[in-house]
Design a protein around this ligand. Structure first.
Ligand SMILES: [Zn+2]
Ligand SMILES: [Zn+2]
Length: 295
């Protein structure tokens, strides 16, 4: 195992440098003397990060452990926020928009007045989406549906939660953070030109916080203040998913506020973007390493 091509570059608009490097699983030929096996977990990274934090050292094991993997979360009841049994198929959804879920007929009925506007928007969007898809594919563009973005979200809910904590600075506690004024924009990458992109083809690219007041700009997400309020801005955490920075093809989800106990558990991670990007590889290598050690 050795690391080469370490490169830190600043990307305009992002405070932290983007660090890239190549990890080769086998030792370089000239390093293989000595015979003692080095632990993958102990491999060190040095990030010459800006942001006034100074150089920051971490290990592959740290990265692998940073975001604990969790099963995908089945959506809670839109009305009472009860969570379904994670083993089952989840609560039934609204027959019209097929998105909102309800634990009971009572919850659905009493939520309708509140839900109606969003439900109608979703139905209208689903109709538009079929046209957008046909157009995108005929001009050899990639297309990602709301359903595919939503599946990615549920499949990667641990990354989404981690991103929210870091981007909105929830680790500062219930009062000193950004959720009341900012949304989290999670950019995904992947997909091939001329195809409809599946959830499994997308991966985390980057994330940033965006002030509600600037999201309404036409060159950004063109979400009106009224729409944002309807989606729960100000009372819930707002997360926006985009693919390849195409702001037209977006998914907006709202997220429950953390519980009192959860606030206390949040930790600041200066290198969260890198931890998310590196997590899969680090986990694979750390798992392989511990499997070899236990042999
Ligand atoms: Zn309910
Ligand atoms: Zn609905």
């Amino acid at each position: 195992m050795h690391i080469t091509n370490v490169k830190s570059t600043y990307v305009p608009g992002f405070e932290n440098p983007y660090t890239s490097f190549t990890i080769s699983p086998e030792p370089a030929e000239d390093e293989s003397s000595g015979g003692s096996k080095r632990s993958f977990r102990g491999i060190q990274f040095l990030n010459t990060a800006g942001d006034g934090y100074g150089p920051h050292q971490t290990t592959l094991g740290d990265i692998a452990d940073k975001i604990p993997p969790k099963p995908s979360l089945k959506p809670s009841c839109e009305k009472c926020r009860k969570r379904p049994d994670q083993e089952g198929s989840g609560f039934p959804n609204c027959a019209s928009c097929k998105v909102s879920r309800y634990c009971s007929r009572e919850c659905q009925t009493s939520h309708w007045k509140e839900h109606k506007k969003l439900c109608q928007r979703r139905v209208k969007y689903a109709e538009l989406e079929r046209d957008i898809e046909a157009k995108a594919l005929s001009t050899n563009g990639p297309f990602v549906s709301q359903a595919a973005l939503r599946k990615w979200y549920y499949d990667n809910v641990d990354i989404v939660e981690y991103t929210i904590v870091q981007a909105l600075e929830l680790y500062k506690g219930p009062r000193h953070n950004l959720w009341r004024t900012h949304a989290v924009i999670i950019s995904l990458k992947g997909g091939k030109l001329g195809t409809s992109v599946a959830a499994s083809e997308m991966s985390f690219s980057d994330a940033e916080e965006g002030a509600f007041t600037t999201l309404a700009r036409p060159d950004r997400l063109s979400l009106t203040a009224v729409e944002l309020t309807a989606l729960g801005a100000g009372s819930r955490i707002i997360v926006i998913f985009v693919l390849n920075n195409e702001f037209d093809l977006k998914l907006v989800e709202s997220y429950d506020l953390p519980s009192d106990e959860e606030w206390a558990e949040f930790e600041k991670d200066d290198m969260w973007r890198m931890h998310i990007r590196m997590r899969k590889m680090a986990q694979m290598m750390a798992e392989k390493d511990s499997a070899e050690e236990s042999n």
